[in-house]
Design a protein around this ligand. Structure first.
Ligand code: GRG
Length: 307
C-alpha cells in the first residue's frame, strides 16, 4: 500500500462524501418506505434492515461522482444511485445465505437471514433485484431520453446476469480445481465485483448521451477500480478485524477460497493493488479535460481503505 495508508478519504473526496452520503441515505429510506397491514410488512422490514444498514455507499457515490463529470444536478440520477445500492444489497443478502458464504454478520448487524429467516432473506434479495428496475422505469423518464434509458437498462441487465455479477458468483462458489490461476481469478472478479462498479460509473454518461469513446474509457477505469476494490477486499479479509469489516474476518482463508492473497501472498497482492490503481489513474488521464479529481481520489481511497 502507499506509505500514507489511511482509512479516511482525502479532502475533496471527504467533503464530497459528507455532502452526498446523506442524499443517498435519505433517498434509500424514501424508496423503501413500504407500509402493509399484512405479513408483507415482515418482508419490508427485512429489506430495510439490510438496505439501510451502515454500508460505505461506495457504488452510489461513484454514480453521483460520474454524473457530476457532465452535470451539476444530482436529483435526476439519485434513483439510479439507489438502484445500484439495491442491487449491491441484494447480492450481499444472498451471498450471506447458508447455501452460499454462510455469514452471521454484515455491516455490523446480524445478516438478513439471521434476523428474519432464510425465507424472508431470499425474498428480500428477489424484491430488491426486481424493484430496482421498477424504480428506474418510473423515475428516469422525465430527465433522460428514452433511447438512452433503454440502452442503459439493457447494459445493466447484462452486467448483473450470467455475463456479470451472477456468473461471477457461480464461478466463485464452484471453483474448478485446474483453474486456480491469476487469469481465472481476474475473470471471476471482473464479473462479480467490477461489473457492478462498471454499471455505477458508465451509466450516468450513457444517460447523458456522452460519446461512446467517453463511456468506454469510463468502463476501463471502472474495470481497474473494481479489481483494485476486490484485491483490497481480499487483503482486508486477512488483516482487518470484525469492527473494521462489519463481518467476520478470515472467512476466505477458513473456506480455502482462491483469493489474491492465497494465490500471491500479501506482498504481491499489495503490489497488484498498486498496479491496478496506476492503471485506473491512467484511464482518468485519458478523459482530460473533464474534471476527474473526485474519481481520482476515489482510487486512492479504495487503495488505502481499512474497512
Ligand atoms: C449472490 C448474485 C450474488 C452475488 C454475490 C456480493 C457478492 C456477490 C459477494 C460478496 C463477497 C465479496 C467479497 C464480494 C466482492 C466485494 C464486495 C462486494 C464487498 C462488499 O462491498 P462493500 O465493502 O460493502 O462496498 P458495504 O457493506 O460497505 O456496501
Amino acid at each position: 500500500m502507499n506509505s500514507h495508508s489511511q482509512s479516511t478519504p482525502t479532502s475533496a473526496l471527504s467533503s464530497f462524501f459528507s455532502h452526498h452520503r446523506p442524499l443517498v441515505d435519505q433517498a434509500l429510506s424514501k424508496y423503501s418506505d413500504f407500509s402493509f397491514s399484512d405479513s408483507r410488512q415482515h418482508l419490508a422490514n427485512a429489506i430495510r434492515h439490510s438496505l439501510l444498514a451502515p454500508g460505505k455507499r461506495i457504488r452510489p457515490l461513484l454514480v453521483l461522482a460520474s454524473h457530476q463529470l457532465f452535470s451539476d444536478q444530482n436529483d435526476p440520477i439519485l434513483p439510479y444511485a439507489c438502484a445500484i445500492e439495491m442491487l449491491h444489497t441484494y447480492s450481499l443478502i444472498h451471498d450471506d445465505l447458508p447455501c452460499m458464504d454462510d455469514d452471521d454478520f454484515r455491516r455490523g448487524l446480524p445478516t438478513c437471514h439471521k434476523k428474519f429467516g432464510e425465507d424472508m432473506a431470499v425474498l428480500a434479495g428477489d424484491m430488491l433485484n426486481t424493484y430496482l428496475f421498477e424504480l428506474l422505469l418510473t423515475s428516469l423518464r422525465p430527465h433522460y431520453p428514452s433511447d438512452q434509458i433503454l440502452d442503459s437498462l439493457t447494459h445493466i441487465s447484462h452486467l448483473f446476469g450470467i455475463h456479470g455479477l451472477v456468473g461471477g458468483q457461480a464461478l466463485d462458489i464452484r471453483p474448478l480445481p485446474d483453474h486456480a490461476d491469476l487469469q481465472h481469478l481476474k475473470t471471476i472478479h471482473t464479473l462479480k465485483t467490477a461489473s457492478v462498479i462498471q454499471a455505477s460509473v458508465q451509466v450516468p454518461a450513457m444517460l447523458l448521451s456522452q460519446p461512446d469513446s467517453v463511456c468506454s474509457q469510463l468502463g476501463h477505469f471502472a474495470h481497474h477500480l473494481g479489481l483494485l476494490f476486490q484485491i483490497t477486499d481480499d487483503i482486508l479479509d486477512v488483516t482487518a478485524n470484525i469492527d473494521q469489516l462489519g463481518k467476520s474476518p478470515n472467512k476466505d482463508h477458513a473456506q480455502n477460497k482462491l483469493t489474491y492473497v492465497s494465490l500471491l501472498g500479501l506482498e504481491d497482492a499489495r503490489a497488484h493493488a498498486e498496479e491496478q490503481a496506476k492503471l485506473a489513474h491512467s484511464c482518468l488521464d485519458q478523459l482530460s479535460p473533464l474534471n476527474t479529481v473526485i474519481l481520482s481520489e476515489f482510487i486512492d481511497y479504495v487503495l488505502n481503505r481499512l474497512s
